[in-house]
Design a protein around this ligand. Structure first.
Ligand SMILES: *[C@@H]1O[C@H](CO)[C@@H](O)[C@H](O)[C@H]1NC(C)=O
Ligand SMILES: *[C@@H]1O[C@H](CO)[C@@H](O)[C@H](O)[C@H]1NC(C)=O
Ligand SMILES: *[C@@H]1O[C@H](CO)[C@@H](O)[C@H](O)[C@H]1NC(C)=O
Length: 463
């Protein structure tokens, strides 16, 4: 108790200090004392009211059997009860709401043919950036002004609003309002409901104004919940060319590209990062970047952090040997899959995408690589994506060939600015099989770091 009071006093003092430091005229000592006393008293009252301290102390001292009871609590039961509550009542209801939204979206999309006559002049939508604030009412639950009769839309700055695909997307997703309203009624604890479109728009219910964030860099397609939700689980091997030619800027670009690639992965994915180059001194021409991870690891926040740090330390020397790097990757996939089969754990990676990302500043001989590919990946079971990194990336033809021959995608990353968007492109490619399998997935994205930054930028929304 004494300690708490002391702390409160300290807080009061800090408050006063901050207050007076902004004032031009210094208040008298006696008025500071009065303020401190008043503030301390009301804080004291507030804290003890909230904690029910006095009542507890009284009951305890008088040992009033009608008020105080001793009861043994089984910790495990308590945890189980809490877990059930969380699972069924909290998450269960959210999943139910999500399923209803997905079903409605599929049904509405199926009966909404593309309408080429739509233009910005004849079709009006509730743009979150220009929403009339007088149509919003402050909601304590959402922590900002909302309108529960409609949803509102965010479109990234670089997208032209009049694009036919955007307008058509906006039009059919209006139909989601009804199911969202119903969901909100069914579960009073439900907060925001969103739809992220592949063309880049975000629809959110209830309608609210887009605030604060300037410049507005938000693009739903780059948010973790979108990227993780729209692609199926994957095992990804990232191969970084650390040959002597990739010094300076190219090496920096590679490191940043690896970081951004890791950001597209979530806890349903597995990842390995290796660097390759051949020098006189070292025997092995390909090596995992982190000593701790000799193979695939789950792409958890912590593991990704370890990998990012290891990548930052990479230095360049020697010559790049593609064929060794590919051989290394295929072997790693085989071992990983064997381990997965043996393990009694659920077969997480069993039917997921297998991807090799090759980051290079140019190609070495294509023929040796072709031999390895014919031997190890004849059925193109493992996709290969290639990134030609740096302004001076050479022999790009071969880099492109490697990707195209293996159901992948070739991209150029000439400068820092290109990394983020380019790296996201594989997500769209990898997402396709998920749609074709017509399997409805519910995925939980991991808790992500910068959600809090967005939270500050757009008030109470974490998305
Ligand atoms: C919410 O939006 C609807 C439709 O635009 C409008 O009719 C209504 O007045 C708005 N609500 C408030 C509280 O302004
Ligand atoms: C990978 O990078 C590390 C750190 O720069 C280096 O010591 C090692 O030799 C590299 N391995 C290969 C195979 O290039
Ligand atoms: C997995 O099983 C195979 C065949 O049953 C065996 O050869 C291999 O050593 C096992 N691997 C591990 C890591 O246990």
């Amino acid at each position: 108790m004494a300690a708490r009071l002391l702390r409160i006093e300290a807080a009061v003092f800090a408050l006063i200090t901050i207050y007076i430091s902004c004032k031009a005229q210094f208040p008298t000592e006696s008025s500071i004392k009065t303020w401190t006393k008043d503030l301390k008293q009301s804080l004291d009252e507030y804290v003890s009211n909230v904690l029910g301290e006095a009542q507890l102390q009284q009951s305890y001292n008088s040992y009033d059997a009608s008020k105080v009871q001793w009861k043994a609590v089984n910790g495990e039961d308590l945890v189980e009860e809490t877990a059930n509550k969380l699972g069924l009542e909290v998450l269960g209801k959210k999943i139910e709401a999500l399923k209803k939204s997905v079903k409605a979206a599929e049904e509405i999309a199926a009966i909404s043919p593309k309408d080429d006559s739509l233009t910005i002049d004849n079709y009006k939508f509730n743009n979150a950036k220009t929403l009339d604030k007088s149509t919003l009412a402050y909601s304590p639950k959402f922590g900002k002004g909302i309108n529960e009769t409609i949803s509102s839309v965010h479109i990234p700055v670089e997208i032209y609003y009049g694009d036919k695909d955007i307008l058509n997307g906006l039009k059919w997703t209006e139909g989601l309002d009804d199911v969202w309203k119903q969901n909100a009624e069914d579960d009073p604890n439900l907060l925001w409901q969103y739809f992220g479109g592949q063309k880049g728009f975000l629809r959110s219910y209830p309608a609210n104004a887009w605030t604060e964030a300037k410049p507005d860099l938000y693009d739903v397609r780059r948010r973790p919940w979108y990227t993780q939700g729209s692609s199926s689980p994957k095992n990804m091997m990232i191969l970084v060319d650390t040959s002597g030619s990739t010094t300076g800027e190219a090496l920096q670009l590679m490191k940043e590209t690896v970081k951004q690639l890791l950001e597209t992965l979530g806890e349903n994915d597995f990842v390995a990062v290796a660097n390759y180059s051949k020098t006189e001194e070292i025997q092995d021409t390909v090596r995992y970047v982190s000593e701790c991870f000799q193979g695939f690891v789950q792409a958890t926040h912590r593991n990704k952090q370890v990998l990012k740090e290891a990548v930052m330390d990479l230095q360049a020397s020697g010559m790049a040997k593609w064929e060794d790097a590919l051989e290394f990757a295929f072997k790693a996939f085989k071992e990983f899959e064997q381990d997965e089969k043996n393990s009694s754990m659920n077969n997480v990676g069993a039917d997921c995408n297998r991807i090799i990302m090759v980051l290079t500043d140019g190609a070495t001989a294509k023929d040796e690589a072709a031999t390895v590919l014919n031997r190890e990946n004849p059925d193109k079971r493992i996709r290969i994506f290639t990134y030609a990194i740096g302004k001076t990336a050479a022999a790009i033809e071969a880099v492109r060939w490697l990707a195209c021959k293996n159901r992948g995608y070739f991209s150029k990353i000439p400068a820092m600015g290109a990394i983020r968007t380019t790296v996201q492109e594989h997500v769209a490619v990898v997402a396709r099989p998920l749609v074709l399998q017509s399997r409805a997935y519910i995925q939980e994205s991991d808790v992500y770091e910068d959600a809090l930054v967005w939270w500050q930028l757009v008030n109470s929304q974490v998305m």
